[in-house]
Design a protein around this ligand. Structure first.
Ligand SMILES: [Zn+2]
Ligand SMILES: [Zn+2]
Length: 334
C-alpha cells in the first residue's frame, strides 16, 4: 500500500488538468472520502452492495455522484436564454408518453428522450456498424456500455444544463480522441466529461483526448436536440460538421419526415464554410478507478499489479491502510 500513489511515468508527460500535477502531489481533504450520494431512485443496490460489487469487478460502474458542473460558468453563444431542453428524469417523461411526438417536434418544442431515442434507432437501422446510440434513459442509471473503438456515436443529456450534446468516437487510434458537438456552450461540462469517461475506454493508459468542436450555434433556446440529430446524420455519412450551416427554417420538418418515414436523409444545409479553428478546446483526461471518473487531482491509490489508480472509497481501502507503507493489490490482481 502506498501512502501516496506512485505515478506511471508516461502520465507525467501529459497534461491531465489545469494544475498539471501528478497524483502523488495531492492530498485528499476529508470531505472527499465521504460516501458518494445516490443520484436517483433507480438505484436498486445499497452502498455496501455497491462496494462489494466494486471490489470484484473492474468494469461495473457505480452510481455516479452529483455532477459538479456549473451551468452558469459557461459561455452561452446564443442571443436567447439558457436552453430549456427537457430533463429526461422529469415527470414530463413517463410510460404514458413512450413515443416521440411529431407535432411537438414540428411545433418547435424541446426534444424529449423519446425523440432522441427514435432518431438514434433510425441511425442504427441505417448504419448498423455504428456503435453507441444507447437510449438516454440508460444514462440516468449509469448503465451505459463502454466502447474502445469507433465509430461510436452517443447523444448525451446534460441534466444540469437541461441540454443535449453529441459525443463521437471516430478514430481507432490507440489513445481515443472523443469529439463533442454542442450547439450552445463553448466548454465541456463536468457532467458530460464524466459520461464520456464512462462510455469510452481509454485503453491501457486510460487516457482520453476530448475535443470540443467548433460547430454552428443555435439561436433559439429549444433547438439543441435537433442540432445534435443533424450533426449525427452528417457524421455517419463520413462528412465533416465543422463549417456547416444548417437551414434551421426547415430542419424540424425534415426531422419529422425522417422519423415518420423511417428513412434517414441529409439535413438541408448551406455550403460548408472553411473554418480556421475547427477545435475550440482540447483536453487530455485520465480515467481512474472502477467508477471511471476523470482524475481531478484527488487522492488515488495505485494497484502494484495492474497500475490502475483507485479511489480509496471505491476500492474499500480504509484510511489506516492508505497511510501505511504497504503495497496495494486490487481484487483483480490478488
Ligand atoms: Zn472511484
Ligand atoms: Zn490491479
Amino acid at each position: 500500500m502506498h501512502s501516496t500513489p506512485v505515478p506511471v511515468k508516461k502520465r507525467l508527460r501529459l497534461s491531465l488538468n489545469a494544475t498539471n500535477a501528478p497524483p502523488q502531489h495531492v492530498s485528499l481533504p476529508p470531505v472527499q472520502l465521504s460516501p458518494i450520494p445516490e443520484v436517483n431512485e433507480t438505484a436498486s443496490t445499497s452502498k455496501n452492495a455497491q462496494a462489494s460489487e466494486v471490489k470484484v469487478s473492474n468494469s461495473t460502474p457505480r452510481h455516479s455522484p452529483s455532477a459538479r458542473g456549473d451551468p452558469h460558468r459557461s459561455n452561452i453563444m446564443t442571443d436567447g436564454d439558457e436552453v430549456q431542453c427537457v430533463d429526461v428524469s422529469s415527470s414530463e417523461v413517463s410510460a404514458e408518453n413512450d413515443k416521440c411526438s411529431f407535432e411537438s417536434i414540428a411545433d418547435g418544442r424541446k426534444l424529449t428522450d423519446k425523440d432522441i431515442d427514435a432518431f438514434q434507432q433510425l441511425v442504427r437501422t441505417a448504419y448498423p456498424n455504428v456503435k453507441g446510440l444507447q437510449t438516454p434513459l440508460l444514462q440516468q442509471c449509469n448503465k451505459f456500455q463502454t466502447f474502445s473503438k469507433g465509430p461510436m456515436l452517443q447523444i448525451l443529456h446534460e441534466k444540469l444544463r437541461k441540454h443535449w450534446v453529441l459525443v463521437a468516437l471516430r478514430t481507432e487510434a490507440e489513445q481515443p480522441v472523443v469529439e463533442v458537438y454542442d450547439s450552445v456552450y463553448t466548454t465541456v461540462s463536468d457532467e458530460t466529461m464524466l459520461n464520456i469517461c464512462r462510455i469510452v475506454d481509454g485503453g491501457s493508459d486510460s487516457m482520453l483526448t476530448v475535443r470540443l468542436m467548433n460547430v454552428q450555434r443555435q439561436r433559439g433556446n429549444t433547438d439543441c436536440g435537433v442540432f445534435v440529430c443533424a450533426y449525427m446524420e452528417r457524421i455517419v455519412r463520413g462528412e465533416e460538421v465543422v463549417g456547416v450551416v444548417y437551414d434551421t427554417n426547415v430542419f424540424r420538418p425534415h426531422l419529422v419526415r425522417c422519423l415518420s418515414s423511417g428513412i434517414l436523409e441529409p439535413f438541408p444545409c448551406f455550403t460548408a464554410r472553411i473554418c480556421r479553428k475547427p477545435v475550440l478546446t482540447e483536453k487530455v483526461v485520465s480515467v481512474v478507478c472502477i467508477c471511471r471518473k476523470p482524475w481531478n487531482g484527488e487522492l488515488v491509490v495505485e494497484c502494484t499489479g495492474c497500475g490502475v489508480y483507485f479511489h480509496p472509497f471505491c476500492a474499500c481501502i480504509d484510511d489506516e491502510y492508505v497511510e501505511s507503507s504497504r503495497v496495494y493489490y486490487c481484487s483483480a490482481c490478488c
